[in-house]
Structure formats: C-alpha cells, structure tokens
Design a protein around this ligand. Structure first.
Ligand SMILES: Nc1nc2c(ncn2[C@@H]2O[C@H](COP(=O)(O)OP(=O)(O)O)[C@@H](O)[C@H]2O)c(=O)[nH]1
Ligand SMILES: [Mg+2]
Length: 260
C-alpha cells in the first residue's frame, strides 16, 4: 500500500480533511454543531461541496466559512452531479491541498456525530498498516444506533451481497462516515468518475481490490470497521425506495467492470 511520506509534510500527518457533500441541505444542515466543533480547535478541516443545490445551501455554507475561518472550505459545483461525484471531487481537492494526512467524507445531516471523526482518525494514527477506517452501525448493547427497521434489514441484505461479491466480510458498506489515509493508491482510486451514483463506497473498495490484482487479503488487513457509539437516522433522506434496486444493479456493474 502507498506511503504517505511522499505526499504530505510532517506537520500534516495527523490532520484530517472531511468532505461534506451537500445537496439542498439549507433546512437540515446543523451548522451550529459544525461551528461549535471547529471552535474547539482540532486537527480537523471541513470541505463542504455544494452540489448544484437549488435552495440556500450555498449561502449557508458561505456563512459557515466566514464564521469558521480557514478550517472550512467550500467547493461550489454549479450542476448537480450526485453524491458520488461530489465526494470524489472534494476528496481529490483535499488531497491536492496537501494539508492533511487523512481525508474522508461525512453525511451533512450528522447522523454520525462529529465527535466520531477523532475516534476514526485515532485508529489510523495508532495502526500504520490501516489505509481506511469506516464507521459501522452495529446495534451493540450500550450504543445508540437508531435506524428504521426497514433500512436496517435492507442494509443487512445489501452488505451480505456486497461481502460475497467483493469476497470481503464487510458489515456496513453504506455508512456515510469514512476516513482514508492519503496515499498514491488512494489518489489512483479517485482518479476517474465513479460508475455508480449511490454505492460508490463499494466501488472504492472494488478499485482497491483491482489495484491489488484481485487480491483481497491486503485490503482485508488495511480496513478497520469502527463500531460507532452513536448513529441516528435523520429525517429528510434523499434516498428513494427505488434506489435500493439501483444499488444492486450498480453492484453488478461494479463486479463486471472491476472484479470479473
Ligand atoms: N452531492 C450530493 N450530495 C447528496 C445528494 N443527495 C444526497 N446527498 C448528500 O448525501 C448525504 C446523505 O444524504 P441522505 O439523504 O441523508 O442519505 P441517507 O442518510 O443515506 O438516507 C448528505 O450529506 C446529503 O446532502 C446529491 O444529489 N448530491
Ligand atoms: Mg441521512
């Protein structure tokens, strides 16, 4: 796997840039929580990607940038291109900026609280062999993982199918809280647009596997699924029931393109 030394200066090693894709989030984005978090002063920057929103999302993000200063950036895409492209654009930009040794993405609704960012980063700091840490919604006792039953069971079915397709026993593919170590291999994975709209998380994994010539063992040792302390379904999801079917279609397309 890639070596971060050649891409980021020493001071940036523990910094993390989080990309937040935003499409019509003016009424949902909890900006006060972001402001409070940034003002606590951590090694964490945010890059919000406005994806052709038709509401006041851009104004809201510009205000966040003014209030928060250099820890917040805004990438404004005029035309809506979907979450996958917004995340990819944002992560490529974050890597180019060279401020951080880690880059990731986080859902704007804060279904996963911001406090989990440091926990995920800590795993990457403690374990140099890890290339990526994924938030995982596991309903363990003592945790607060509240998810609608239908979404939970559909998610279980989907993750099981993906595990078989990728030959990688992943528990939760679709949690919108994922952080990667900056490396030449990550840049390569993000180089081209994704073919899937919603299951680009699966496509990222498939691209890593393809780069390793189909060998999942290396990947197996470089991913850590982090069981989140807290995750709450937030109303206002833009995912429609038909997207579940599309997710399977996209998974098959991913298999055909990268893994067959
Ligand atoms: N860039 C972009 N982001 C989107 C789009 N649709 C949803 N998102 C973002 O994806 C994240 C998760 O969206 P959400 O609707 O809560 O999906 P769910 O939690 O999986 O049901 C949020 O940050 C949304 O703003 C889109 O068309 N483009
Ligand atoms: Mg959500």
């Amino acid at each position: 796997m890639g070596d971060t030394e050649e891409q980021t200066p020493q001071s940036a090693h523990k910094r993390c840039t989080i990309v937040v894709p935003c499409y019509n989030e003016a009424h949902r984005l909890p900006s006060e929580k972001f402001i409070e978090f940034v003002h606590e002063g951590r090694d964490i920057d945010f890059l919000f990607v406005n994806d052709g929103s038709t509401d006041n999302t851009l104004e809201l993000l510009e205000r966040l940038r003014r209030v928060c200063g250099p820890a917040v950036g805004v990438l404004d895409k005029r035309r809506n291109g979907g979450k996958a492209e917004a995340v990819r654009d944002g992560m490529v930009r974050a890597i180019e900026l060279g401020r951080s040794g880690f880059v990731g993405f986080w859902d704007a609704d804060l279904a996963t609280p911001l406090s989990a960012i440091s926990s995920l980063c800590q795993e990457l700091i403690d374990e140099p062999r890890l290339q990526m840490v994924f938030g995982s919604r596991v309903r363990l006792l003592g945790r607060h993982v509240q998810r609608r039953a239908i979404r939970h069971y559909l998610g279980r079915v989907f993750a099981t199918v993906v595990s078989l397709v990728l030959r990688l026993p992943i528990y939760d593919t679709q949690c919108g809280a994922k952080i990667f170590r900056v490396s030449p291999q990550l840049s390569q994975v993000l180089r081209r647009p994704f073919i899937s709209r919603w299951v680009f998380d699966v496509e990222i994994l498939a691209r890593f596997i393809a780069l390793n010539h189909g060998d999942t063992h290396l990947l197996h040792d470089s991913i850590f699924e982090y069981p989140l302390e807290r995750w709450e379904d937030v109303a206002g999801s833009k995912v429609k029931p038909g997207d579940f079917v599309l997710a399977f279609v996209d998974t098959f397309r991913i298999y055909s393109k990268y893994l067959r």
